[in-house]
Design a protein around this ligand. Sequence first.
Ligand SMILES: C[S@@+](CC[C@H](N)C(=O)[O-])C[C@H]1O[C@@H](n2cnc3c(N)ncnc32)[C@H](O)[C@@H]1O
Length: 277
Amino acid sequence: MEYDALTGWDDDATAETYAAFTRAYPMYSASSRDLAARAGLADSRVIVDLCGGTGTTAEAILALAPPDATVVSLDSSAAMQGIGRRLLSDPRVTWVNAAAEVLADHVPAGSVDAVVCNSAVWKTNVADVVNAVRRVLRPGGRFVFNVGGVFAGVTHPAALTPPTGLSLSALIEQIAIQDYGIVPPTAPVPAKLPLPVITELLAHAGLRVVAAEVTGQSTTNAERSAWLSIPVFAHPEGALSYEQKMAILAEATAQTKPDDVTVTSWLVIVAELPEEV
Ligand SMILES: C[S@@+](CC[C@H](N)C(=O)[O-])C[C@H]1O[C@@H](n2cnc3c(N)ncnc32)[C@H](O)[C@@H]1O
């Protein structure tokens, strides 16, 4: 089967801006460290960084894994990996340019102690990814990943407190409507990966959920604005050029306080291949 995973990601501007963002702001390094900590890497030998991008998650894994462990960082975007190879020249990391769904074509069956996937799984064909992960894990091995709250249909209690004034996203929407005539989509994003669906997909592949937690990640407006300047995330979606989107972002950002914080929700899952399988 062919996998069309590259929507927007195999782009040099996105890769460069993403890498600069991850080094300037904690969003991806913090969530990567959180997942790596949950993966129980102390005795691991082979770890897969699934949808590893520019290597931020691989760095978090290396910090917790034994010195002789190796990390396979797999991603379908050559542009993202090109930056990763340049910035993370650690001989323990192998870079594999492939779709997550075909992980098992690139890693020997039963050879992996842990698969860690930060901020990506909902972009994949999850059933195929889970099956691939199950094939490469050793008995007792872990699959640790997170799902954005919108896609999992979860909200952390701290995210329920309404921000003072309009959020950056609401301001962007308002400016796009008023100044550019853009009508944003009104339908809410369906929660395509709620916990029962994830649990069922994992169970179908023979994996068991050992922990599931809703977490909240605090982000300042300054960080959120920098994140929205990464071309693949630039808002609003649709007909506007990147320059127009950046003009809207600048105008919206100017109406917010840089240090004001909003909370993003995540569903974090730790799954395991039972020993007896
Ligand atoms: C938000 S980035 C996360 C990268 C990294 N895990 C981190 O925390 O910095 C999402 C990554 O998922 C990758 N991706 C999306 N769909 C994919 C798929 N089906 N197979 C492999 N990589 C995929 C993109 O190319 C991108 O590098």
